[in-house]
Design a protein around this ligand. Sequence first.
Ligand code: MTE
Ligand code: MO
Length: 161
Amino acid sequence: MSSPVLLQVDGDVTGTKAFTWEDLVAIDAQWQISDVNQIDGTKAGGAVWIRGILDKVKAHPESKYITLHSVRDDFHASLPLEAVLDRGMFIYRKKNQPLPVAAGGPIRFFIPDHTACHSGEVDECANVKYVDRIEFSQKKGFDNRPLDDDAHEALHQQENL
Ligand SMILES: Nc1nc2c(c(=O)[nH]1)N[C@H]1C(S)=C(S)[C@@H](COP(=O)(O)O)O[C@H]1N2
Ligand SMILES: [Mo]
């Protein structure tokens, strides 16, 4: 039996487009982070840098945006690639197991030095949980992050149900 696809990559890419658990584990060691907790004390688990994914999919050199999609709860964020290329990561493991849903798994996007919620493009809200698809594009993609305090509060209420 083959492993389920955890992450689909599409848009301006030419290489590998689907990642199973084994594919993520097999990403070159130079792109792996064994313990995210050493970078940010609020998070735990193992991760790969965006560049580790890019290394496999060969995004179009003119790609300007990376869009993180979560079908699970219909949450999406589209970020300027340049702003996150050297600091964005995908947390995908807890020891030798996929990251639990309770921690935003099986795959959670994370930028350690994000700004506060709705204070710019690379804010805390951009740390998309349950990411199942990444899209590379030249124009900004779909983004439904909350735009003001009320919308943000409503989202968190919904998350706590
Ligand atoms: N899939 C998904 N990812 C999400 C959200 C969400 O509602 N769904 N909320 C975002 C917001 S608004 C914030 S502030 C952070 C909160 O991350 P935390 O739950 O790990 O504190 O997750 C972000 N990622
Ligand atoms: Mo947020």
